[in-house]
Design a binder for this molecule. Sequence first.
Ligand code: PEP
Ligand code: MG
Length: 554
Amino acid sequence: MESRTGTEAKPRGVSAGRVVGRVLQVGAPVVEPKSSVVPEPDRAAQASQVREAAAAVAARLRDRAATVTGARADVLAATATIAEDPMLVDDAVSRCASGTAADAAIWGAAETVASTFRSAGGLLAERVTDVLDVRDRIVRELRGEQEIVLASLTEPTVVVARDLAPADTVELDPATCVAIVTELGAPTSHTAIIARELGIPAVVGASGATAIPSGTPVLVDGTTGEVVPGPSDEQRATVVPRAERSPLNGPGVTRDGARVRLLANVAGAHDAQEASRWGAEGVGLFRTELSFLDRGIEPSVEEQAETYLAVLRAFPGQRVVIRTLDAGSDKPVPYLTLPGEPNPALGVRGFRTARRDPDVLARQLEAISHAAMRAGEAPWVMAPMIATRDEAASFASMARGAGIETVGVMIETPAAALLADAIAAEVDFLSIGTNDLAQYVMAADRQATELADLGDPWQPAVLAMIAAVGRAGLARGIPVGVCGEAASTPDLAPVLVGAGATSLSMAPRALAPVAAALADVTLAECRAAADAATSADSSDDARRSAAAALRVRV
Ligand code: PEP
Ligand code: MG
């Protein structure tokens, strides 16, 4: 049924693959327990339940810590310590003795610990998220709800949730998580991006999905957006396990020989090695914040340097573009971002966090510089969420001061796109983040399921902004990359190149299809397609006009 605006929210396939697996419902938020007075004779039992639940949660966290290494193990062990902390457990027990039910007692005790930590500030304040996480685990334990550890699923599972935090998504293992279905989310939300990077079929905006009971077999199509509980044998026969694609074979080039570097978006060393296997010509976007989403305190310069070094080593002698922390909005990094901003997408995120904590950025740049020296490489470094020429100049001066030679900024705000020429004068390259650029140009939250049509990079207003940046890059003679999800769309890639992109960076599985789309067209055709799409009346019209321009050989 058409809605009155001609668009309507519907499930969207955001990561290809048609699979069947059993549903596992995860992540229902823990609801605050209702307070009620427990009769005197039952109070001791409530108190023992609190102790047992806290001990069980701590033991499980320790077991998990023993199965992993490095930072993740430290975090799990530290969280286990909170679950056993007498300040928390003894307070909950004494609340039980005064007649509070076990779940409400742990909730209240955790609130007290959290507010003590908050007012102590510093390192303790950074543990508040962990305290609340432990609280939720203990409450779930008391309610007999199974704790779900996404990293250790053992059978083919379709993970279903209202929404998944990026931190949950990075825990997923494509070997066991065969698909992701969420009720919220949009094609450029981070869950969708990470699913594509992991090659896990995914559907977002699937309203009603959380009502499918765990254990139900379900067919999921990450291209069409179908989610079919209890599929028939006929439907099961249509499964295409994982979108197996071939790696990129040779450099990106148009039919007439114009060079377009085809790079990968990565979140860490593992992805970078994968990207190299997929034939990427380098890394166009290393989202460094994804390595630190689960960290309560800032990793040391040395630890950060190790992380960056591992990525550099996957691409010796090739371009690696490292983005400084894009913390904030839907990627809160506990040690850098403050919860509770009224409008986090318009708040202190990305480069803006350096207003409050310039030293965190300075230490990250120092770590990148160390890694570069140790690897004998010269990574390019860029800052996210730049809105003014001054910000670009200030980042460039910090980065150059730290010894980085090639410094750039992301163009993700309309302000930066409009002033791209002035900004380009300050830096060595520009990289267009079309996910955020579309969100801010169209004033449509990239996570808003209902507004996914507005956040479409084919919107002529978005394409016009991209073309303005392309012109600025050309005029200044500096490279212009596109590293948003738009770059991974084979139909759109020629338009981006026609609009001035000199490199495209994407999920590694998209490299070969994008290369094939470019190999089929000339640079002049790309330019004609970009002109046609930019002057179209709507996103659909832009798609049609670009396709028509590419069919007419010029
Ligand atoms: C973008 O906004 O297009 C981008 C590449 O950055 P992220 O998706 O990480 O915000
Ligand atoms: Mg962005």
